[in-house]
Design a protein around this ligand. Structure first.
Ligand SMILES: [Fe+2]
Length: 204
């Protein structure tokens, strides 16, 4: 039996993605080509969504639900779905890594922010809104630390939006920041995963 916090992917399409990821890391690991090389395998997960179950599409009103599908031991890869209920939105937040996000249900608006201060003042951040884009079903967007790492997601469909995340850390265990662009407040938080016990933390 695997460790309680370690998810082995059983869906063939997910297992193939993890194998592709391992091959890419072996070839391109730590280089700027890692993210472009991951694009094709991430796209494949959007073409064939047989890996997603109903349990990974369940919204939780008033909060952002995340369902871990795979977390590597290193930890250098996590795969999870994020579910945002209709009419709701995430906090403005960062991820502190690179990765791809693909929309597998519903429709979203993504607001992208750029940090304008140098981060030296604790609890303070100066953010500028740089883009607001509608994400269609099947849309794939990148996250790139540090310059394209801060965003906010709004669900604009009548059904919950569900997005696949493939990120190069164990995001749910990472101490990262949420932001209030109006008050300039930056708050450190650990998001966890909705389907993982809080004590089961690979990255901590
Ligand atoms: Fe995000």
């Amino acid at each position: 039996m695997p460790d309680s916090f370690y998810f082995e992917p059983v869906e063939p399409v997910l297992r193939r993605f993890v194998e592709d990821f391992r091959n890419i890391v072996a070839r391109d690991g730590g280089t700027p080509s890692l993210l472009p090389s991951l694009r094709g395998p991430a796209q494949t997960l959007l073409y064939d969504t047989s890996w997603i179950t109903e349990a990974q599409r369940i919204p939780i009103a008033g909060t952002t639900a995340t369902y871990a599908l795979y977390r590597s031991q290193e930890p250098d890869l996590c795969i999870f779905t994020m579910v945002v209920a209709p009419g709701e939105l995430t906090k403005v937040h960062n991820h502190l890594t690179d990765g791809w996000v693909g929309l597998v249900q519903g429709e979203q608006i993504e607001r992208k922010f750029r940090r304008e201060d140098d981060g030296s003042r604790p609890g303070y951040a100066d953010l500028a809104l740089v883009a607001e884009e509608r994400i269609p079903l099947g849309g794939l967007t990148s996250i790139r630390h540090p310059d394209e790492d801060i965003h906010q997601i709004l669900t604009v469909s009548r059904e919950a939006s569900v997005s696949l995340h493939v990120l190069c850390n164990d995001l749910g265990t990472v101490a990262r920041q949420s932001f209030d662009p109006d008050t300039h407040e930056a708050t450190t938080f650990v998001s966890g995963y909705t389907n993982v016990d809080g004590e089961s933390r690979i990255g901590r």
